[in-house]
Design a protein. Structure first.
Length: 322
Protein backbone atom coordinates (compact mmCIF):
# COMPACT_ATOMS: atom_id res chain seq x y z
CA UNK A 1 0.00 0.00 0.00
CA UNK A 2 1.15 3.56 -0.72
CA UNK A 3 0.11 6.77 1.02
CA UNK A 4 1.19 9.47 -1.36
CA UNK A 5 4.89 8.82 -1.93
CA UNK A 6 5.25 6.57 1.12
CA UNK A 7 5.34 2.83 0.49
CA UNK A 8 4.24 0.69 3.46
CA UNK A 9 5.68 -2.78 4.02
CA UNK A 10 2.19 -4.08 4.72
CA UNK A 11 -1.32 -2.63 5.13
CA UNK A 12 -1.38 -2.33 8.92
CA UNK A 13 -1.41 0.87 10.97
CA UNK A 14 -1.05 1.43 14.72
CA UNK A 15 -3.67 4.02 15.60
CA UNK A 16 -2.64 7.29 17.25
CA UNK A 17 -3.68 7.07 20.91
CA UNK A 18 -3.31 10.07 23.22
CA UNK A 19 -1.09 9.32 26.19
CA UNK A 20 -0.29 5.84 24.90
CA UNK A 21 1.50 5.59 21.55
CA UNK A 22 4.83 6.99 22.66
CA UNK A 23 8.15 6.02 21.10
CA UNK A 24 8.80 2.81 23.10
CA UNK A 25 5.40 1.31 22.25
CA UNK A 26 5.59 2.39 18.61
CA UNK A 27 8.98 0.72 18.25
CA UNK A 28 7.55 -2.52 19.64
CA UNK A 29 4.68 -2.35 17.17
CA UNK A 30 7.08 -1.70 14.31
CA UNK A 31 9.31 -4.60 15.33
CA UNK A 32 6.21 -6.81 15.41
CA UNK A 33 5.56 -6.01 11.76
CA UNK A 34 3.31 -2.95 11.80
CA UNK A 35 3.41 -1.12 8.46
CA UNK A 36 2.85 2.41 9.82
CA UNK A 37 3.02 3.82 13.33
CA UNK A 38 1.46 7.10 14.48
CA UNK A 39 2.42 9.56 17.17
CA UNK A 40 0.22 10.54 20.05
CA UNK A 41 -2.18 13.37 19.25
CA UNK A 42 -0.14 16.60 19.09
CA UNK A 43 -1.61 20.03 19.77
CA UNK A 44 -0.98 22.33 16.81
CA UNK A 45 -1.32 25.34 19.10
CA UNK A 46 1.15 23.92 21.63
CA UNK A 47 3.66 23.10 18.91
CA UNK A 48 3.50 26.53 17.25
CA UNK A 49 3.71 28.38 20.55
CA UNK A 50 6.80 26.54 21.71
CA UNK A 51 5.60 23.98 24.24
CA UNK A 52 8.55 21.65 24.90
CA UNK A 53 6.22 18.96 26.24
CA UNK A 54 4.20 19.08 23.02
CA UNK A 55 7.30 18.93 20.82
CA UNK A 56 8.55 15.87 22.73
CA UNK A 57 5.49 13.95 21.56
CA UNK A 58 7.17 13.88 18.13
CA UNK A 59 10.37 12.23 19.41
CA UNK A 60 11.27 9.58 16.87
CA UNK A 61 13.89 7.02 15.90
CA UNK A 62 14.99 5.73 12.49
CA UNK A 63 13.80 2.21 13.31
CA UNK A 64 10.15 3.26 13.40
CA UNK A 65 10.09 4.89 9.98
CA UNK A 66 7.79 5.75 8.35
CA UNK A 67 6.14 7.81 11.10
CA UNK A 68 2.82 9.62 10.92
CA UNK A 69 2.43 12.62 13.24
CA UNK A 70 -1.17 13.41 14.14
CA UNK A 71 -2.11 17.03 14.81
CA UNK A 72 -5.27 18.52 16.25
CA UNK A 73 -6.44 22.10 16.05
CA UNK A 74 -9.11 24.31 14.53
CA UNK A 75 -7.27 27.40 13.31
CA UNK A 76 -6.19 26.79 9.70
CA UNK A 77 -3.10 29.00 9.87
CA UNK A 78 -1.87 27.50 13.13
CA UNK A 79 -2.45 23.91 12.02
CA UNK A 80 -0.65 24.65 8.75
CA UNK A 81 2.33 26.08 10.65
CA UNK A 82 2.33 23.05 12.96
CA UNK A 83 2.22 20.71 9.97
CA UNK A 84 5.23 22.49 8.50
CA UNK A 85 7.08 22.07 11.81
CA UNK A 86 6.16 18.39 12.05
CA UNK A 87 7.42 17.71 8.54
CA UNK A 88 10.64 19.61 9.27
CA UNK A 89 11.10 17.52 12.42
CA UNK A 90 10.97 14.31 10.40
CA UNK A 91 7.33 13.32 10.07
CA UNK A 92 6.93 11.17 6.96
CA UNK A 93 3.16 11.72 6.98
CA UNK A 94 1.05 14.41 8.67
CA UNK A 95 -2.39 13.39 9.89
CA UNK A 96 -5.17 15.73 11.01
CA UNK A 97 -7.54 14.54 13.72
CA UNK A 98 -11.23 14.87 12.88
CA UNK A 99 -12.30 12.07 15.20
CA UNK A 100 -11.53 12.93 18.83
CA UNK A 101 -14.72 13.56 20.77
CA UNK A 102 -13.21 14.33 24.19
CA UNK A 103 -14.99 17.38 25.62
CA UNK A 104 -11.83 19.47 25.97
CA UNK A 105 -10.97 18.93 22.30
CA UNK A 106 -14.51 19.66 21.15
CA UNK A 107 -14.62 22.92 23.12
CA UNK A 108 -11.60 24.13 21.17
CA UNK A 109 -13.43 23.45 17.90
CA UNK A 110 -11.03 20.61 17.05
CA UNK A 111 -11.47 16.89 16.49
CA UNK A 112 -15.02 15.78 15.76
CA UNK A 113 -16.24 19.37 16.07
CA UNK A 114 -14.78 19.96 12.59
CA UNK A 115 -17.11 17.33 11.15
CA UNK A 116 -19.99 19.72 11.83
CA UNK A 117 -18.37 22.60 9.94
CA UNK A 118 -17.34 21.48 6.47
CA UNK A 119 -16.35 24.96 5.34
CA UNK A 120 -13.93 25.30 8.22
CA UNK A 121 -12.63 21.78 7.60
CA UNK A 122 -12.03 22.59 3.95
CA UNK A 123 -10.16 25.80 4.75
CA UNK A 124 -7.98 23.92 7.22
CA UNK A 125 -7.14 21.12 4.78
CA UNK A 126 -6.32 23.56 1.99
CA UNK A 127 -4.00 25.48 4.30
CA UNK A 128 -2.19 22.34 5.48
CA UNK A 129 -1.92 20.87 2.00
CA UNK A 130 -0.33 24.10 0.80
CA UNK A 131 2.15 24.12 3.69
CA UNK A 132 3.73 20.67 3.34
CA UNK A 133 5.10 18.37 0.67
CA UNK A 134 4.85 15.12 2.66
CA UNK A 135 1.67 13.02 2.40
CA UNK A 136 -1.39 14.31 4.26
CA UNK A 137 -4.04 12.09 5.82
CA UNK A 138 -7.07 12.55 8.05
CA UNK A 139 -8.76 10.37 10.66
CA UNK A 140 -12.52 10.71 10.97
CA UNK A 141 -15.58 9.25 12.62
CA UNK A 142 -19.05 8.68 11.15
CA UNK A 143 -20.00 12.18 12.26
CA UNK A 144 -22.63 13.21 14.76
CA UNK A 145 -25.32 10.76 13.71
CA UNK A 146 -25.32 7.20 12.45
CA UNK A 147 -26.12 8.08 8.83
CA UNK A 148 -22.48 8.68 7.94
CA UNK A 149 -23.46 11.61 5.72
CA UNK A 150 -20.99 13.98 7.39
CA UNK A 151 -18.19 11.46 6.89
CA UNK A 152 -19.04 10.99 3.22
CA UNK A 153 -19.09 14.74 2.60
CA UNK A 154 -15.83 15.29 4.47
CA UNK A 155 -14.13 12.51 2.48
CA UNK A 156 -15.09 14.19 -0.79
CA UNK A 157 -13.76 17.51 0.52
CA UNK A 158 -10.54 15.83 1.63
CA UNK A 159 -10.04 14.18 -1.74
CA UNK A 160 -10.59 17.50 -3.55
CA UNK A 161 -8.09 19.21 -1.22
CA UNK A 162 -5.31 16.76 -2.05
CA UNK A 163 -5.48 14.56 1.03
CA UNK A 164 -3.64 11.29 0.33
CA UNK A 165 -5.63 8.85 2.49
CA UNK A 166 -8.43 8.76 5.04
CA UNK A 167 -8.81 6.58 8.13
CA UNK A 168 -12.43 5.86 8.98
CA UNK A 169 -13.57 4.90 12.49
CA UNK A 170 -17.28 4.28 11.88
CA UNK A 171 -18.65 5.23 15.26
CA UNK A 172 -20.41 8.52 15.90
CA UNK A 173 -18.82 11.25 17.99
CA UNK A 174 -21.41 10.57 20.67
CA UNK A 175 -20.61 6.85 20.81
CA UNK A 176 -17.01 7.28 21.91
CA UNK A 177 -15.79 3.69 22.02
CA UNK A 178 -19.19 2.27 22.92
CA UNK A 179 -21.47 0.18 20.77
CA UNK A 180 -20.33 -1.41 17.53
CA UNK A 181 -18.41 0.10 14.64
CA UNK A 182 -20.49 0.17 11.45
CA UNK A 183 -18.10 -1.37 8.94
CA UNK A 184 -20.61 -0.85 6.14
CA UNK A 185 -19.72 2.87 6.18
CA UNK A 186 -16.08 2.01 5.45
CA UNK A 187 -17.26 0.05 2.41
CA UNK A 188 -19.46 2.92 1.21
CA UNK A 189 -16.61 5.42 1.49
CA UNK A 190 -14.17 3.05 -0.19
CA UNK A 191 -16.58 2.68 -3.12
CA UNK A 192 -17.12 6.45 -3.38
CA UNK A 193 -13.61 7.95 -3.34
CA UNK A 194 -10.37 7.14 -5.14
CA UNK A 195 -7.79 7.78 -2.41
CA UNK A 196 -6.81 4.94 -0.04
CA UNK A 197 -9.19 4.16 2.82
CA UNK A 198 -7.91 2.79 6.13
CA UNK A 199 -10.51 0.92 8.19
CA UNK A 200 -10.59 1.25 11.97
CA UNK A 201 -12.80 -0.04 14.75
CA UNK A 202 -13.53 -3.35 16.51
CA UNK A 203 -10.42 -5.16 15.34
CA UNK A 204 -9.94 -7.36 18.39
CA UNK A 205 -8.04 -10.22 16.70
CA UNK A 206 -5.93 -10.77 13.61
CA UNK A 207 -8.88 -12.58 12.06
CA UNK A 208 -10.99 -9.44 12.53
CA UNK A 209 -8.47 -7.48 10.45
CA UNK A 210 -8.83 -9.86 7.52
CA UNK A 211 -12.59 -9.86 7.90
CA UNK A 212 -12.65 -6.05 7.73
CA UNK A 213 -10.61 -6.10 4.53
CA UNK A 214 -12.92 -8.75 3.08
CA UNK A 215 -16.14 -6.96 4.04
CA UNK A 216 -15.15 -3.40 3.18
CA UNK A 217 -12.41 -3.57 0.55
CA UNK A 218 -10.37 -1.10 2.62
CA UNK A 219 -6.75 -0.61 1.64
CA UNK A 220 -5.35 -1.04 5.14
CA UNK A 221 -6.48 -1.72 8.69
CA UNK A 222 -5.79 0.47 11.72
CA UNK A 223 -5.53 -1.26 15.09
CA UNK A 224 -5.77 0.69 18.33
CA UNK A 225 -6.75 -0.67 21.72
CA UNK A 226 -6.10 -4.32 20.84
CA UNK A 227 -2.44 -3.56 20.15
CA UNK A 228 -1.75 -1.62 23.35
CA UNK A 229 -0.70 -4.62 25.45
CA UNK A 230 -0.21 -6.94 22.51
CA UNK A 231 1.87 -5.41 19.70
CA UNK A 232 2.32 -8.94 18.37
CA UNK A 233 -1.18 -8.71 16.90
CA UNK A 234 0.63 -7.11 13.95
CA UNK A 235 2.75 -10.28 13.60
CA UNK A 236 -0.41 -12.34 13.51
CA UNK A 237 -2.09 -10.07 10.94
CA UNK A 238 1.00 -10.27 8.74
CA UNK A 239 0.91 -14.07 9.04
CA UNK A 240 -2.68 -14.18 7.81
CA UNK A 241 -2.09 -11.66 5.03
CA UNK A 242 0.77 -13.79 3.73
CA UNK A 243 -1.10 -17.10 4.19
CA UNK A 244 1.35 -18.32 6.84
CA UNK A 245 0.34 -20.31 9.92
CA UNK A 246 -0.63 -17.76 12.54
CA UNK A 247 1.75 -17.53 15.46
CA UNK A 248 0.26 -18.22 18.89
CA UNK A 249 1.08 -15.60 21.52
CA UNK A 250 2.24 -17.44 24.61
CA UNK A 251 2.38 -16.38 28.25
CA UNK A 252 6.16 -16.10 27.82
CA UNK A 253 5.67 -13.77 24.86
CA UNK A 254 3.64 -11.49 27.13
CA UNK A 255 6.37 -11.56 29.78
CA UNK A 256 9.05 -10.81 27.20
CA UNK A 257 7.02 -7.87 25.85
CA UNK A 258 6.65 -6.46 29.38
CA UNK A 259 10.39 -6.67 30.00
CA UNK A 260 11.18 -4.98 26.69
CA UNK A 261 8.65 -2.23 27.36
CA UNK A 262 10.05 -1.71 30.86
CA UNK A 263 13.62 -1.35 29.60
CA UNK A 264 12.65 0.91 26.71
CA UNK A 265 10.49 3.13 28.92
CA UNK A 266 13.23 3.60 31.51
CA UNK A 267 15.71 4.47 28.76
CA UNK A 268 13.28 6.92 27.13
CA UNK A 269 11.64 8.54 30.17
CA UNK A 270 14.16 8.03 32.95
CA UNK A 271 13.61 5.58 35.80
CA UNK A 272 11.46 7.76 38.08
CA UNK A 273 8.99 8.92 35.44
CA UNK A 274 8.91 5.53 33.74
CA UNK A 275 8.03 3.74 36.95
CA UNK A 276 5.24 6.22 37.61
CA UNK A 277 3.57 5.67 34.24
CA UNK A 278 4.27 1.91 34.27
CA UNK A 279 2.14 1.54 37.38
CA UNK A 280 -0.78 1.38 35.00
CA UNK A 281 0.83 0.51 31.68
CA UNK A 282 2.47 -2.78 32.60
CA UNK A 283 -1.00 -4.01 33.40
CA UNK A 284 -1.87 -3.76 29.69
CA UNK A 285 0.30 -6.80 28.96
CA UNK A 286 -1.37 -9.17 31.44
CA UNK A 287 -4.97 -8.71 30.35
CA UNK A 288 -6.68 -12.09 30.30
CA UNK A 289 -3.80 -13.92 31.98
CA UNK A 290 -4.15 -15.84 35.27
CA UNK A 291 -3.54 -13.73 38.39
CA UNK A 292 -3.58 -10.53 36.33
CA UNK A 293 -5.47 -8.68 39.07
CA UNK A 294 -2.84 -9.54 41.67
CA UNK A 295 -0.09 -8.33 39.37
CA UNK A 296 -1.87 -5.04 38.69
CA UNK A 297 -2.23 -4.49 42.45
CA UNK A 298 1.44 -5.30 43.00
CA UNK A 299 2.66 -2.66 40.53
CA UNK A 300 0.50 0.17 41.88
CA UNK A 301 3.40 1.58 43.92
CA UNK A 302 6.23 0.77 41.52
CA UNK A 303 9.33 2.78 42.41
CA UNK A 304 12.30 1.28 40.55
CA UNK A 305 13.26 -0.75 37.51
CA UNK A 306 14.67 -3.47 39.76
CA UNK A 307 11.39 -3.73 41.65
CA UNK A 308 9.46 -3.94 38.39
CA UNK A 309 11.70 -6.73 37.15
CA UNK A 310 11.27 -8.64 40.41
CA UNK A 311 7.48 -8.40 40.16
CA UNK A 312 7.49 -9.46 36.51
CA UNK A 313 9.75 -12.44 37.26
CA UNK A 314 7.56 -13.49 40.18
CA UNK A 315 4.46 -13.22 38.02
CA UNK A 316 6.13 -15.29 35.29
CA UNK A 317 6.82 -18.08 37.78
CA UNK A 318 3.25 -18.00 39.05
CA UNK A 319 1.72 -18.48 35.60
CA UNK A 320 4.36 -20.86 34.19
CA UNK A 321 2.84 -24.16 33.06
CA UNK A 322 3.36 -27.10 35.38
Amino acid sequence: MKIGSIQLDNPTVFAPLAGITNLPLRLMAKEAGCGLVCSEMVSAHGLVYGSLKTAQLMDSAPREKPLSVQLFGSDAAIVADAARMAAAAGADIVDINFGCSVRKILKSGSGSALMRDHRKAEDLLKAVRGAIHVPLTIKIRSGWDASGDQAMTLCHIAEACGVDAVAVHPRTARQGFGGCADWSLIRKIKNDITIPVIGNGDILTAQDALEMISQTGCDAVMVGRSAIGNPMIFTQISDLLQARPIRDITHQDRIDMMIRYLKASVLYLGEKKACYVLRSRLGWFVKGLPRAGSFRNAIRHLASEAQARELIDAFAKEIAPG
